[in-house]
Design a protein around this ligand. Structure first.
Ligand code: ARG
Length: 462
């Protein structure tokens, strides 16, 4: 197939070099965006009298035919086409003749590709936002069911203080709301149309970039044509946002892996989201959570690949920038796939409240509350802290827990201890007493749930 740019050359591109240069096998993903942009470009050319109305009709009909043929499987991408832009244009010319050759007036592949990626990412970001909301719903529902399910809260992966399972997983919900907003914010910044920047310097034709921007749903145009074709900061920004999202999913995954181990047994994952072992008949492995954790590295890799590809590039377009697409496509697909299994895995996971409670009973996680008991009787916190530390050391040596130390023994440590201390340090009481805003107490959990529900229902609560 003769290259569109063949005019200046005496011989064909070497076969290996041709394959190396070609991007059709991955940028074909953007065929819808490319055709949509081309239709709007033809409309603009006609509205400014650069092509005639009949020519526009013919181009638009031809492009619409290509779109539906691709969608119905009647047309395949030609692997010999250099990229999706060349493919659509040469197919158009095949279908409508020389008029097809007018489409590229006042346009370059440089602004075309900058446009297509923005259109692609805008749609994908919206879908990812919806998937985040699905996960938020799943977390919210589990939290509603577990408002009073007591578990140990951890620091350093050591049992620290009693919390509720709702409180714990709602932490992830809040992280996800910010992931959602970060993506939304990046899309707002990205939503400026580069089309009409042409190769880099603009064009001598009297075009209407605002018309094109408006038709394509942009908020405005990129005001510097060199910037319009040169930067991929919007890709980097979204990849960063996806990386942060994956980091959150990965931490959650790690906990799911831990919680479903025999050592914890805090949850049981549904059979639909676990796998067996080829040799050990007893195994039920949390592969989905492990894969989400593993794929996080992939998304980070995509971000770093793109940052590195861009860092040394002089303005304006350089072919290195063709590398942006595989990184973006991979990150988008990976994030979507992860969310699509993570959400139903969360919905179907069984919370083993009894095991969580039993774990909360060990490890002296009510020691802070015992210190607070003394503080409320007038002991300075640091002194109370030290006394309780000594009681804990005593319990460890005697194989006791705070609840099982007799009151006479407590009085040896401080005369201020009384029988009411046992009620004060019960796990239920420790949780209920945490009344501070954002804490694990029920009122705070209800408030957090209301906040997340409103977020899901599109109320802007931040
Ligand atoms: N396939 C190219 C890319 O993805 C399209 C832009 C080509 N522009 C050029 N001047 N060679 O970046």
């Amino acid at each position: 197939m003769e290259k569109m740019w063949a005019g200046r050359f005496q011989k064909n591109l070497d076969k290996e070099a041709d394959d190396f240069n070609s991007s059709i096998h991955f940028d074909c993903k953007m065929y819808k965006q490319d055709i949509k942009g081309s239709i709007v470009h033809a409309m603009m050319l006609a509205s400014k009298g650069i092509i005639s109305e009949e020519e526009k009709e013919s181009i638009v009909d031809g492009l619409s035919g290509i779109l539906s043929d691709l969608e119905n499987g009647k047309l395949d991408f030609d692997p010999d086409a250099e990229d999706i832009h060349m493919f659509v244009e040469s197919e158009l010319t095949k279908r409508i003749g020389d008029t097809g050759k007018k489409l590229h007036t006042a346009r370059s592949r440089n602004d075309q590709v900058a446009l297509d990626i923005r259109l692609y990412l805008r749609d994908e970001a919206k879908e990812i936002g919806e998937l985040i909301k699905e996960l938020l719903k799943a977390i919210k529902d589990q939290a509603i069911k577990n408002k009073t399910t007591i578990m140990p809260g951890y620091t350093h992966l050591q049992r620290a203080q009693p919390i509720t399972f709702a409180h714990h997983i709602l932490a992830y919900a809040f992280m996800l709301t910010r992931d959602y907003l970060r993506i939304e914010d990046a899309v707002k910044r990205m939503n400026q149309s580069p089309i009409g920047s042409c190769a880099l310097a603009g064009t001598t034709y009297d075009t209407d970039r605002y018309f094109e921007a408006c038709q394509l749903g942009f908020d405005g145009i990129t005001l510097n044509s060199i910037d319009g074709v040169s930067d991929r900061d919007f890709c980097v920004e979204l990849l960063s946002d996806f990386s942060i999202l994956m980091m959150h999913l990965s931490r959650f995954s790690e906990e799911i892996v831990l919680w479903s181990s025999w050592e914890f047994k805090f949850i049981e994952l549904d059979d639909g989201y676990t796998t067996g072992s080829s040799i050990m008949p007893q195994k039920k492995n949390p592969d989905m959570a492990e894969l989400v954790r593993g794929k996080t590295g992939r998304v980070y890799g995509d971000l770093i690949a793109l940052l590195t590809a861009l860092k040394g590039l002089p303005l304006a377009y350089n072919k290195d920038m063709q590398e942006d697409k595989e990184a973006i496509f991979d990150a988008v697909e990976t994030v979507k796939k992860c969310l699509k299994v993570f959400t139903p895995m969360t919905v179907t996971m069984k919370v083993l409240a009894g095991n969580m409670y039993a774990a909360a009973q060990k490890g002296f996680i009510n020691a802070t509350d015992l210190a607070d008991y003394l503080v409320k009787k007038g002991v300075p916190f640091r002194t109370a802290y030290k006394t309780v530390g000594q009681i804990v050391a005593f319990c460890i040596s005697e194989n006791l827990v705070l609840e099982s130390v007799p009151i006479e023994k407590y009085k040896e440590f401080s005369q201020l201890f009384d029988n009411d201390l046992y009620g004060e340090i019960s796990l239920e009481n420790c949780v209920e007493k945490r009344i501070s805003a954002g804490g694990t107490g029920l009122e705070s959990i209800e408030y957090q749930l209301k906040f997340i529900t409103e977020f899901i229902n599109e109320k802007n609560i931040y």
